[in-house]
Write a protein that binds this ligand. Sequence first.
Ligand code: MF3
Ligand code: CO
Ligand code: CO
Length: 326
Amino acid sequence: MKVGRNSPCWCGSGAKLKRCHLHRDVLRRPAVHLGHVGALRSVPAAIARPPYALDPPTWPMPEPQILSGAALERMRHAGRVAAEVLAETVAAVGVGVTTDELDAVAHDAYVARGAYPSTLGYNDFPKSICTSVNEVLCHGIPDDRPLADGDIVNIDVTAYVDGMHGDTSATVGVGTISPEAAALIDTTRDATLAGIADIVAGEPMQRIAAAITAVASARGYGVVAEYGGHGIGEVFHADPHVHHTLTARDDSVALPGLCVTVEPMLRTGAPRFTQADDGWTEILDDGMPSAQFEHTVVVTDDGAEILTVLADGSSAVSPTGPTSPA
Ligand code: MF3
Ligand code: CO
Ligand code: CO
């Protein structure tokens, strides 16, 4: 189903989408100004570092990570640790809290679990999480900007522990957010979980993109095509590239044991974005907000198992549990 900006809003208000949950004036926030990035945080010498923290990263992209047995158990542990760090960091979000204060909370949470923050020193990224506010699409660097009432922020956590990386992110509101911003967040969560739920062993990975784009377009949002998920395991980023949009270029198949991330970004405005001078922060040109969620999953014989969950199966992505989207 293709929904346009003039379609009736999905919420049942009877108003056009563009006057209701895609209302641009309400969604638009003051432009995010990048702040000052603080000094590097240190990781105790006893915590094992990924190779790229010592040597430059490898090229070409590493092979897909197909894991079983003890290696998959280590991957479950890395996923659990990433989920715990994300939950602790999300709990610290509030009006007036700086994104660097969130980085400090996350950093201590990794270290307390014997984990290395995978982003720290990855291609010279200087922080232990990514924090992407409002129209920042992704890869925002934690800095001294305080979060403001009505902002939305994505927190992206990657933990390296037991020789494995676990990667997960969630977008949350700061203080009181508009119903339009809440709808963006909820739809992005739904799209992420729908993509994971449609994984079938032996079938094309494009099933993920089909499910994600169906959820997003039914509510009038665009899915970012330029970024996707990735293979993950002993390396942070591996093949296959996990497309979140439909493309004939994607011939990858969901093999049992394949570990990947699913991490779609949904946008409320136009697709164009530009990288800031810091070499990382990607910002949507029209200033309209986007949201993102991310889980690390393993393909199983009957679907996919979400690895980035707490001991009870919940997470900051889906607080009510891995298989029950809001
Ligand atoms: N965690 C991000 C992902 O989902 C990658 C961040 S790389 C960084 O793949 F260098 F920007 F931190
Ligand atoms: Co990722
Ligand atoms: Co991530």
